[in-house]
Design a binder for this molecule. Sequence first.
Ligand code: GLN
Length: 454
Amino acid sequence: RIAAVDGDATAGVHAFLHVDAEGALAAAEASDKRRAAGAPLHHLDGVPIAVKDVLATQGLPTTCGSKILEGWIPPYDATVVRKIKAAGLPILGKTNMDEFAMGSSTEHSAYGPTRNPWDQTRIPGGSGGGSAAAVAAFEAPLAIGTDTGGSIRQPGAVTGTVGVKPTYGAVSRYGLVALANSLDQAGPVTRTVLDSALLQELIGGHDPLDSTSVDQPLPSLVDAARAGATGDLTGVRIGVISELSGDGWQPGVMARFQESVDVLVKAGAEVVEVSCPNFVHALAAYYLILPAECSSNLAKFDAMRYGLRVTPEGNPSSEEVMKASRDAGFGDEVKRRIIIGTYALSSGYYDAYYGQAQKVRTLISRDFEAAFESVDVLVSPTAPTTAFALGEKLDDPIAMYLNDLATIPANLAGVPGISVPAGLADEDGLPVGFQILAPALADDRCYRVGAALE
Ligand code: GLN
């Protein structure tokens, strides 16, 4: 299937940056042998999976969609990858992404864009467009993404797949190349809610190698998905976020969203409108906190330790080598954020920008806390529009950032969220996503309500 539809940078879905057919077949054969021998098997043993190219995979290239890491082969596995291998899932390869996970369309990949399988003139969302497109195009039944501001949920929405951002700390970040450490979280991309529950249970759990990993078990996600699938949500209180609708939201997106809300009401849920007044400031706060963290994270790509090294002619100083390498290795969006972040953290501006953004972040967490006193979950459309055309927003960073309006608050507060397919918009026949957010460590509620919509 990958050979038939994936193509390359110039045509086809282009979900994969690297396909490991040999490794995947060897893992599949090992799985067959375990099965034949009657060995105890994990539920997902033998089910192929694709992994976003931001997670370290021992022996397989890991580029983060950037030229600066071209040719880097990690000597170790991310914890998520180690768990996947231990359960016997063959890894099909590494999926395309916006460079260092900065973007909402996968067009910022240094290796060419991924195309939406529903309409290859459209974007597959981002930054994890490769993982979502691989699942949507039936190239892989399961994939791993990472979500710092929406990069699992928004691609899920625009490709008609299920995407989950777990509670911050519920899945280890060890071996996940950091975009913004306080926001990043890896999670499942699948076709069904139950598949995501199985996959999150596999990759999640405490990891001593990640100091922000939560040492507390989550309620059973598989049980929650099964409970939701019965279609009975009696007693569940659902809040529709009033700030995440209105002007700028595509009518076809709002129509499918409303229909899904009606399904939840029929299932016995109690639905009310809830205001989260500080959510309107989430995007502004995020685009200070994220660049601040990533400008500091990306300082390690200095052409000395690994990755691309460009040596200018003559007898260049190490600083000149670093400058030339970073100039050639990083794309425009990455440079833009390094500059914003360095400025926001500079002495004299720190309090005005970074400090202020951190205060807004606290207010957003308080909005969630207040809302969750009266409802069990909050819901909204996942993204304001369906998949837009390739190239449409590439030269307009603000228009690109606005795609994440609805997904960013969850990352700022560390709460879990899921995007489930809500049907196709009337205007363009493209998929719409329905987002469900729950309190930290109550990921099971996202699964229960999500499964009721399938
Ligand atoms: N689109 C957002 C950004 O560009 C989210 C990225 C992400 O979740 N990795 O920052």
